[in-house]
Write a protein that binds this ligand. Structure first.
Ligand code: ADP
Ligand code: MG
Length: 395
């Protein structure tokens, strides 16, 4: 299915990674672990409102060759960063206000484990990855979760998947300083082949739902706009604040608690801006539930297309988190025959997903590239997302 402008990221070369480990540390790794990136199918900015999200784990992953040490030192090198130079840190010195750059996603896991009174020793780690970095596909969770899975297995912490994900989230939130919900890490740890995960972010429960696109003759394209808004952090903070403010004014704990049935009359109580913000959160969470129903029933997956389009319109008009490059790609995908398309991820750039019949994939990808050129936007890159398994030891 690749060809034309659809280019699947090159696979990680496991043998080369192990060879690099040997040359960096003059020793054999104890094992090799992998954890995937993720793409959210539907339900955006619902996670911090107690609502639903519906991600899949990707076939693209971060791979770690790891050896246990007997002291508190972590040595880590990543082919993606600084030409693979080794970073050396002492775990006992890791603090919430420290600055560890990208290594925060690694040592943060050790810090989080120590907070839970788990026995922690240092590690030697060599990393490689084919998850696009900073594109909204959670390369950060792939990194924190491969670390958490490896550490837990090597030190026999015997943790359930949710706790492994939680170590990754603590590393991101508290040591890397990235305010994410738990979706990214849960998806990376709990992904299953040919399944999407409906996550109830309040109860922290996962329902695995059949999502076998190839069997239905379908393909899910991920179209990376290669644009990023410089004020995305401030915008994210505003949306969180607006959500809390709307919930407060409506007298509910979280926007999750606003019933869909009486939404119109409920929203009348809010000023215009908060009304739009709340409407997005409530309707997008409901769209997750509707999508999950269709998946569970084994319905024609094409029927989720309109829900994807509605979700995009809601993010564009009510939550105001899309940008022109992304709107252009979404429109171009639908005009070229996608059953549905939407921006995915936090917004202000990042990726669009498009649900297409397999035979239309190349034409839709071409149309997106052409539309970006017409609009004067960066050339998008396109690959096919395949619902894949979660973090695991592979050697
Ligand atoms: P996303 O998770 O959407 O890719 P983030 O900004 O949350 O974007 O995370 C990207 C950051 O995660 C990078 O800037 C880097 O600090 C870290 N990171 C991700 N993957 C790797 C990797 N393979 N090697 C080193 N650092 C990585
Ligand atoms: Mg991230």
């Amino acid at each position: 299915m690749s060809g034309g402008v659809i280019r699947t990221p090159d696979p990680v070369d496991f043998d080369a990674l192990v060879a690099r480990f040997r040359s960096l540390y003059d020793a054999e790794p104890d094992g090799v672990w992998a954890a995937p990136g993720r793409v959210n199918i539907i339900g955006e900015h619902t996670d911090y409102n107690g609502g639903f999200v519906l991600p899949i784990a990707l076939a693209q992953h971060t791979v770690a060759a790891v050896r246990r040490r007997d002291d508190n030192v972590v040595r880590v090198a990543s082919t993606s960063i600084d030409d693979g130079a080794v970073v050396t840190l002492d775990l006992t010195g890791v603090r919430e206000d420290g600055d560890y750059d990208w290594a925060a996603y690694v040592v943060g896991v050790g810090w989080a484990a120590a907070q839970r009174d788990l026995p922690v020793t240092g590690l030697d780690i060599a990393l490689d990855s084919n998850v696009p970095v900073g594109a909204g596909l959670s390369s950060s969770a792939a990194l924190s979760c491969v670390t958490a899975r490896a550490w837990s297995d090597l030190l026999d912490w015997q943790l359930d998947d949710e706790t492994v994900a939680d170590l990754g989230r603590d590393a991101e939130n508290k040591i890397a300083g990235a305010p994410t919900g738990l979706m990214d890490q849960l998806a990376s740890v709990c992904g299953q082949e040919s399944h999407a995960m409906q996550i109830d972010t309040r109860a922290v429960t996962i329902t695995q739902l059949p999502f076998d696109l190839p069997a239905a003759g379908l393909s899910l394209l991920v179209i990376d706009s290669h644009t990023e808004h410089s004020h995305a952090d401030g915008e994210y903070a505003e949306r969180r604040h607006s959500s809390q403010e709307a919930a407060l004014r409506l007298g509910v704990h979280e926007l999750r608690d606003v019933p869909l049935e009486s939404l119109a009359t409920t929203l009348d109580k809010l000023p215009a801006l908060l009304r739009r913000r709340a409407r997005h959160v409530v309707t997008d969470s409901a769209r997750v539930e509707r999508t999950a129903e269709l998946l569970l029933a084994g319905d024609d997956l094409r029927r989720i297309g309109p829900l994807l389009n509605d979700s995009h319109a809601s993010m564009r008009d009510d939550y105001e988190i899309t940008v022109p490059s992304v709107d252009t790609l979404q429109e171009a995908a639908v005009a070229a025959g996608a059953h549905g398309a939407r921006m995915t991820g936090g917004g202000f750039g990042g990726c669009v997903i498009a649900l297409v019949d397999q035979q239309d994939a190349a034409a839709v990808a071409d149309a997106c590239v052409a539309a970006a050129a017409d609009g004067g936007f960066p050339t998008p890159s396109v690959f096919e997302a395949v619902a894949s398994g979660g973090a695991a030891r592979i050697e």
